[in-house]
Design a protein around this ligand. Structure first.
Ligand code: ADP
Ligand code: YYY
Length: 237
């Protein structure tokens, strides 16, 4: 999709709200595709998964028992979090410390579901996510697991990005530089999704949510298909 064509869309005019909500399982391409979509549409960008990861990092590093729901919930309220909201730069800071790389470590990937399934912690992070969307005048691509259904069900565009399990495991394996064996990858992708699915549904599209299956598409084709969905949905309204 050419930039010229995108730039002529009336719905993209500065000042109009345009929230693009993208959900999907691990390794489906949410972060990378959403970031590029935000760049092309000149919108802000929020990776909500990074917030769950940052809270997990904070709990582990302050010795909070992840299985103690009340403590995790309190930690969510205490967390001093600064997360980037543009697709041009990526940073996550907790109490001013840069944890951008640390929150991607396998130790965090393995533990994050315990935090993400603590409902009180979700309530607090969802509140912060909505606040960030408002702060950016509702002009933002927001990606995660419950954006289309819970965080921003009123988003102008709602998409479920999927890919076969095989494609998702392969992509994550390449992304981790071949450092993880099949068992470790399954723990970080398939088993994590199974646990996360107990509190949010990101495997089936809710009413009004458009599914984009990227199994047979490469990265550029997926971005293009996502932009086609955005323009179609906006032209329909
Ligand atoms: N359509 C695609 N085809 C091939 N690789 C992809 C595609 N989409 C994303 N990727 C790559 O797969 C990896 C996982 O993508 P990522 O955006 O981190 O997924 P998620 O945020 O859903 O976990 C990244 O290295 C990314 O560049
Ligand atoms: N809106 C969200 C975003 C992420 N989560 C949870 C589920 C995931 O296990 C973790 C980390 O999310 P993240 O998007 O970083 O995960 P992947 O990039 O798919 O590995 O947070 C969530 O429950 N709700």
């Amino acid at each position: 999709m050419t930039q010229e064509l995108l730039d002529t869309l009336p719905a993209l005019r500065v000042g109009r709200p345009l929230v693009v909500a993208i959900d999907g399982p691990s390794g489906s391409g949410k972060s990378s595709v959403s970031k590029e979509v935000a760049r092309r549409l000149r919108l802000a960008y929020l990776d909500t998964g990074a917030m769950y990861r940052a809270l997990t990092w904070f709990c582990i590093n302050t010795g909070i028992d992840l299985n103690d729901a009340a403590s995790v919930e309190q930690a969510a309220r205490d967390l001093v979090l600064d997360v980037s909201t543009t697709p041009q730069e990526e940073y996550v800071r907790v109490d001013g410390a840069d944890v951008t790389a640390a929150i991607r470590e396998p130790e965090i990937s393995s533990a994050v579901s315990i935090v993400a399934t603590t409902l009180g912690a979700r309530t607090e992070l969802i509140r912060r996510q909505r606040e960030l969307i408002e702060k950016h005048h509702r002009r933002m691509v927001v990606e995660g697991r419950d954006i289309t259904t819970v965080v921003a069900p009123g988003a102008e565009v709602r998409m479920l990005l999927t890919a076969s399990e095989e494609a998702r495991l392969r992509r994550r394996g390449i992304q981790m530089g071949g450092t993880q064996n099949a068992e470790q990858l399954a723990a970080q992708v398939t088993q994590r999704d199974a646990k996360d699915s107990t509190v949010v549904n990101f495997t089936q599209a809710a009413d009004g949510v458009v599914t984009l299956d990227s199994s047979e598409l490469d990265f550029d084709e997926t971005v293009d298909a996502a932009l086609v969905i955005v323009t179609k949905v906006l032209n329909r309204d």
